[in-house]
Design a protein around this ligand. Structure first.
Ligand code: NAP
Length: 240
């Protein structure tokens, strides 16, 4: 399984200062990858980095994924390392909490959700592709949600953004001429993270998944990928 994650490979994981992104970064570092992470809160990012750097070579760049200059800085950091083998579009927003019903969803909130959850990943993918094409095998992972498929009341804005991200991912995979780049859409399931606490504050944490398990499942899903496009529910994977 680990041949996909060779020491010296380079990965960008957006939203790596907590939750799922931090655990994905931790897993990749233990396999010897150079990992570039971001997050808007620079202090939180550096606190996470102190912990993660014990595992390997980590670069942090504080910023907002919806800021184009910041996205370019992420790609530039990978370019300086000479390659980009894995891009994980993980950073995401709920827009506003409590989550609004569709009849209360404002254009401003909807646009903000799409800026972060859809346009930012598209922009990063567009700028990452030329560098990724130089790798013998490279993977784009877009983190989605069951809210992009199921009709949960109040999850319309966020869910629509994840549905859009999934469809863009499918189309990108169909367009890619290079068989060496694969696109994986991964639904991590309900996890015990800040985003879940913000969305559903009264959820029982003992019923939620540890994001570290989802991170391990994601790496397994990448390693097991056979087609140029895949969609996986990480909660369904039996960890090896
Ligand atoms: N938690 C769940 O149950 C669940 C379920 C289904 C899908 N997901 C998906 O899983 C992914 C990870 O979620 P999570 O639960 O781990 O979230 P989380 O614990 O809230 O962590 C989100 C990470 O993204 C960063 N981030 C947020 N907005 C950003 C922006 N605009 N630019 C750059 N970084 C940003 C955060 O740092 P800053 O706040 O400092 O920017 C943090 O590092 C998301 O795509 C989410 O939609 C989560």
């Amino acid at each position: 399984m680990d041949s996909w994650f060779e020491a010296g490979h380079v990965a960008i994981v957006t939203g790596g200062s907590k939750g799922l992104g931090k655990e994905i970064a931790r897993e990749l570092l233990t396999r010897g990858l150079h990992v570039i992470i971001d997050g808007r809160d620079g202090r939180l990012l550096e606190t996470a980095a102190k912990e993660l750097r014990q595992g390997g070579d980590l670069i942090t760049i504080a910023g907002d994924v919806s800021d184009k200059e910041h996205a370019h800085a992420l790609i530039a950091a990978a370019r300086e390392l000479g390659r980009l083998d894995l891009l994980v579009n993980n950073a995401s927003t709920l827009g506003e909490v409590p989550l609004p019903r569709v009849d209360e969803l404002t254009k401003g909130t909807f646009e903000h959700i799409f800026d972060v959850n859809v346009f930012a990943p598209i922009h990063l993918m567009q700028h990452a592709l030329p560098l990724m094409q130089q790798s013998s095998i490279a993977t784009i992972v877009n983190i989605t949600s069951d809210a992009g498929v199921e009709a949960y009341p109040t999850w319309g804005g966020y869910g629509a953004s994840k549905a859009a991200l999934e469809h863009i991912s499918r189309v990108l995979a169909a367009e890619l001429e290079s068989p060496s780049i694969r696109v994986l859409v991964a639904d991590p399931g309900d996890m015990n993270t800040q985003m879940h606490r913000d969305a559903i504050p009264d959820a029982d944490p003992s019923e939620l998944r540890n994001p570290a398990d989802s991170a391990r499942a994601l790496l397994q899903a990448i390693a097991e990928m056979k087609e140029p496009y895949g969609r996986v529910r990480l909660a369904d994977l039996v960890l090896a």
